[in-house]
Structures are given as C-alpha cells and as structure tokens.
Design a protein around this ligand. Sequence first.
Ligand SMILES: [Zn+2]
Length: 399
Amino acid sequence: MTQILIKGGHVAAGDGGTELPETDVLIDDGVITSVAPGVNGAPGATVIDAAGMIVMPGLVDSHRHVWQAPLRGVGADMTLPDYLATVLGPILTGYTPQDAGLATLLGAAEALDAGITTVFDWSNTTTTEAHTDAVRDAFAAAGIRAVVGLVHPDHEAYARRVQRGPATVTAGFAIAGMEYGDHDDTVRSVRLARDMGVTVTMHAGGPAVRALYDVGLLGPHVNLVHLNGMTADDAKMLAETGAGVTVTPVVEGTMGHGASAYGRLWDAGARAGLGTDVVVNAPVDLFEPMRDTLRTERLRTATMLPAGAILPAATVDSARAIGLDHIIGTVEVGKRADLILLDGLPAPSAAAAVANGSRADVHTVIVEGRIVKRDGRLVDLDLAALRRASRALAQRVLR
Ligand SMILES: [Zn+2]
C-alpha cells in the first residue's frame, strides 16, 4: 500500500465553505482516507509537512485545447475569425501525430505546474487513430487526469482507443453542436454520449440550450461551453436539468465573445465550471479565470462577494461540468487524491487562494495519489526541455 500523509495544512475543501485549519490528510492507494487533526500514518508513509500551506483540491480545467500549448501567446491580437482561419485551419492540419503527442505533453506539464490536476481536452487533433493514440499516451506519461474530447465522428471506436490507456485517461466527445454543425448529427452524438455514460461537449452561444432541451437531451452528460448569449429561460433550463456548463472568462473577454454567463447562471441556481480554453491568448492557469470571475461578480452585484465562494468554480463545479464530481473536486474522504498545496500566503484560506494564488505558489501537486510536483518543481517532467523541444514545431506550423 502506498500511503501519503499531508501534515498540518489549512484544508480548503473546495465545496464553497469548509475550511479546516491545521488538519492532516491521509491518502491510501490514491484515495483520501482521512481528513482530520492528529492522523498517524503507517510506517514508511511519505509525509509532507504542510504547515502554513493551503491544502485544496486540484484545479479542474473543464475546457482546454491542450494541443495549442506550443503556440502560447501567438494569438494575443487575434479575433475569433482570425483564430478560426489560422489556428483551426492550416496550423491544426499541420500537426503530425508526433506533434500532437509533444504538444499534449507540454500542455499537460504546464497545467500540472499550475495546479491543474484534471483537464477536459478539446482535442482537435484527434482526427486519425495515430493522433489519438499519441494524445492518450502523452496524458498517460504526464500523469495528469484527462478526458480526451474526441472530434473524430466514429466516437465509439475512438473512445475504445482512449480506453487502452490508464484509468486516469478517459474519453469524451467534442462535437460541432447545433450552432456550428448539423442538428441531427448533434442529436445522435449527444444520445450516444448519454447512453455510453461519457461527457459530450460543444461550443455554444445560447440557442443550443433550447434545441437540446426540446429533444430531451439537455442533462449532466452535456458540457456547453461559453453561453455568453444565454437568455434567462436558457438559464432556467440548464438549472432544471443539471446540464454542465463551462465558462472561459479570460478568453471570452479577450476575444469579445460577450459578458460571462457565470453570474446569470448562479442567479438561476446553476453552477458553471471554469476553463482556460486557449493559451494562444490566455494564461495557462485557472487562477486568472477565478479572479476574473470574482471581479466581474463583485462589479455585477455591487457586493463584496466572498473570494472563497469562487473556488468551487475551478474545483467541484468544473468537475461536475465534465461528469467527474463523484470522484474529484473536493478534499473529502472517499474521493480520489487529486490535491494541491499552495505555499507563501501568510493567512492560508480559500479566499487567499482565489485572490492571490498563482502558479508560483503551487508547491505540491498530487494526482491519483501520485506526487507529480514537489517543492515547487515537477518531479518527472522537464518543462524547460519540453518548451525547447516544441519550438521547432511552433515555428514550422506558424510558417
Ligand atoms: Zn474552445
């Protein structure tokens, strides 16, 4: 049995309220088995001294195009049409399977370094079997929990390919949806996802909500991304059906999608998760989307909404948006041990993590009970070397 004991940290459970000062967290074989003061580990347990640190759930990125990692910052001034015509045009089609693997490994490494332990990858490169295998193997090698959002229309066969990897790498569907693709194709894919028990995701401004509702397919198996044009009626349908929603406020603001749906969903009784979306024009971490949401909500409501209230958006609400909240998203006995430790904040709390946390504060990252970042450094992944290796790829596809 592999045991890890995290001693004396400030546990911010990620559920929007629970904070436990000077508390121990025990992990047995990848599962959280105790959250309490004064816990003793077995002889041989790995002990991490977390005094003065925040112990919180790993961040869950419920919408990210991981393959764009080598292109960080190249689209700072791109409009959405520019992005569609270039990044999703010749740049995407220029990726070989090997490129997809390297880019996914780099993106996973950057995510882990920033405390993101789970990512729903909108994996645009999964157009061939070889690309798909490379993406799956890169996530497996990185040690991150990932849902590979498959774009190939043969969903079942491609999902089986992903399932050849470790249990931490699972399949989802990433489809054009009603607003960008065919209505009947969308209905078929969403029904299949529901029947297979996987998450199907689509970009949507708003009309897809009613379209899915009207055919009885709006529900927790769906992850609708953006919804800046959502109406009050749409928000009610989303709340009523428990459908998953992801907002990516940094990219939505940067590219002019419109105001975030986060607060309007909140008012309707629904909870959105947070995504980073694309690193071509947004940071790799989820701290900035959390802070963006905090600022927007304080302005929108003209209240001092507690900063800690935003933490669930990047933890359990994101996990729910991709159908994983039963296993991750909170520091809770029985959940998989996906945890991070933040160091350097003198009054540790969920609020401090939201208001001031950054990638530089991420001291330790644990996925499925395995330590992937320790003392501020990735254990098995060399981020600088991956960036160097990706430079030629970026130069080639940008030409
Ligand atoms: Zn997207």
